[in-house]
Design a protein around this ligand. Structure first.
Ligand code: MFK
Length: 546
């Protein structure tokens, strides 16, 4: 009988994830921690089942049928099994509802669920993120009528009443530069606002509602004149005729997610608040979806590393299992250290978000949250691609073969760096945050996170790098182009420093309980350098681009 390689097995995504278990044990009061366990265990079971299912069934994509046999426009989308199960899973395990519970721990408890559910959901988490963001933006608008109408649906624990919301911003003219939005809002004879235009990336077209940016007819150009509207997409069981699905996108990854090009031909709409400053009004949504993006990126890293590690125990080459090969072990350990740092940063955003939303946070914590949100999004997005790419290599040729399920990890991961603002757009957003005193706030927080940690080498590297970042910022503060050219280097540096300090906090706690591995991850992570600052050289850049 010819040799047959054992395929990788997915360990239980909840019970085997020591980073998640330790974080929850440290951060949550015992009774809340215990109450969370059943949902997380069930989501871990579902994730394991979904992996088995993906390994044994042919992959499907959503299918759009625009016309029925009799010539009627129907725009019907058939969804994959995980998408069909999405509303039941979400409501049964309170994935969204948990985040809006009345506790400073609500967001942490929500994002623990998201982390476990994400890959099994086949990116159903994308519209969930937008629904969460819409709920948050609508709450922030103070629009009582809308709050009363939609929150019971968005946060429902019953699939029969659950609604998904989209976020319709991107247009062909606009892209990241949303100020170029061409969609027009016009009032009809009855005073009803209606939207006319084309939205280029609609990720939740199967949802029941959306928040959309549009320019009220006659308003000036630019970002400030845009208004934010709430729309509903369904008339009973039928999609509204003023919402037309032009086609589904053919994408590199996230192929189960039915991303659509749509146009709006008079779709009824209601302003959230004033008829201007729509981007300011949608910002709470952006910050929520960016937090989801970071958590989902670390979920992809966890999955990739977990499979690579398991395989390394099953695969023998050159006389021993891969895990005993020094260079392979080194590679896996580097990936693990990156993951633990990224995990610590992404979940700190969740923790701080809950505290800020429930009035439990200081002004300093709010400033740290504003800075860490773009940093976590941009850095974890890049790290997820790197971890998934390295994972494919860990499988050699098998990693390049579709029906191992591995290439999908890499294709899907590429989206994290693009969704909700690219790495560069997010680096520029971190400059917005740094315009206040968020760097000072981060330094104070770092002091608290490092408190009690005995890794003097790590502490000294973190402080030296933060000092260098502060000097860099001072030096370039008044030269806008230089500041922007170096914004990515600055953002990566601050993200790495914050992640290292947060990992130190976890390491201190874990060490006190006899668990040395987070300290080992810290040591390795810091050892690979924190400083990613660059000295922009406009002349050199121009000559290379000429
Ligand atoms: C499974 C994972 C889940 C992830 C969900 C995935 C869903 C995927 C769907 C998408 O990808 S949707 C497309 C996402 N598109 C973007 O994220 C847009 C990228 N562009 C930006 O982020 C720009 O920075 C932005 C459009 C927000 C603003 O650019 P501008 O036109 O230069 O505006 P400006 O004047 O700087 O900001 C307008 C206001 O918003 C200002 O406030 P004021 O009016 O009070 O001055 C800003 O301070 C405020 N603002 C902007 N970004 C903010 C913010 N406030 C708080 N937080 C922020 N992040």
């Amino acid at each position: 009988m010819a040799f047959l390689q054992d395929p990788p097995q997915l360990p239980h995504p909840y019970r085997s994830d020591r980073a998640l278990l330790a974080l929850l044990d440290r951060a949550l009061p015992a009774e809340r921690r215990a109450a969370l366990d059943a949902d997380l265990d069930a989501l871990g079971d579902y994730a394991q089942m979904a992996w088995q299912r993906a390994c044994t069934t042919t992959r499907r994509k959503p299918v759009l049928t625009q016309w029925d046999a009799w010539g009627q426009r129907v725009d019907r989308i058939e969804l994959t099994p995980a998408w069909q199960e999405g509303s039941a899973m979400t409501t049964r395990h309170a994935v969204l509802a948990a985040g809006h519970a009345d506790s400073e721990h609500a967001r942490l408890e929500e994002f623990a669920r998201v982390y476990l559910y994400h890959l099994a959901s086949e990116f159903y988490t994308c519209p969930l993120a937008m629904t969460d963001g819409a709920a948050t933006a609508i709450k922030a608008s103070g629009n009582r009528e809308l709050i009363a109408r939609v929150l019971p649906h968005f946060l429902s624990r019953d699939p029969a009443t659950f609604w998904l919301s989209g976020q319709w911003m991107t247009e062909t003219t606009g892209g990241s530069d949303v100020g170029n939005t061409e969609t027009i809002a016009r009032q009809d004879a009855d005073g009803q606002w209606r939207l006319y235009g084309r939205k280029w990336f609609s990720s939740a077209v199967v949802g029941e509602a959306a928040l959309a940016l549009a320019r009220p007819e006659g308003a000036a150009g630019g970002t400030g004149a845009l208004a934010l509207f709430y729309v509903e997409t369904m008339d009973g069981a039928r999609r509204k005729s003023e919402l037309i699905i032009d086609r589904l996108k053919d994408k590199l990854g996230t192929q189960e997610l039915p991303t659509a090009e749509i146009h709006l031909d008079g779709l009824p709409a209601w302003p959230l608040g004033e008829l201007a400053h729509g981007v300011r009004q949608v910002a709470p949504m952006l910050n929520i979806t960016r937090s989801w993006n970071a958590i989902c990126a670390v979920a992809s890293m966890a999955r990739a590393i977990s499979l690579a590690r398991d395989f390394a125990t099953r695969r023998r080459a050159f006389g021993r299992p891969l895990i005993e090969q020094p260079l392979h072990a080194q590679t896996l350990a580097d990936m693990q250290a990156d993951f633990e740092a990224a995990f610590a940063l992404a979940f700190e955003v969740a923790h701080l978000l809950g505290r800020v939303e429930h009035g439990a946070a200081s002004a300093e914590e709010a400033a740290v949250l504003r800075l860490l949100t773009p940093l976590a999004k941009l850095w974890t997005g890049k790290l997820a691609v790197k971890a998934c790419s390295e994972t494919l290599e860990c499988f050699g040729g098998a990693g390049y073969i579709e029906d191992t399920g591995l290439p999908q990890l890499l294709r899907d991961a590429q989206v994290y760096a693009i969704w909700e603002g690219t790495t560069n757009v997010l680096s520029l957003d971190s400059l917005r945050a740094l315009a206040g005193d968020s760097l000072g706030a981060l330094r104070h927080a770092t002091g608290r996170w490092l408190d009690g940690n005995d890794d003097m080498h790590a502490a000294s590297a973190i402080w030296q790098t933060l000092d260098a970042a502060a000097r860099w910022l001072d030096q370039h503060a008044s030269a806008r182009d230089t500041l922007e050219a170096g914004a990515r280097g600055l953002a990566f540096t601050l993200a790495r420093c914050a992640a290292a300090a947060l990992l130190a906090r976890q390491a201190t706690w874990s060490k006190g309980r006899g668990e040395p591995r987070p300290a080992a991850a810290l040591h390795r992570f810091v050892g690979r350098g924190l400083d990613r600052l660059v000295a922009p050289d406009a002349g050199n850049t121009a000559s290379l681009l000429s």
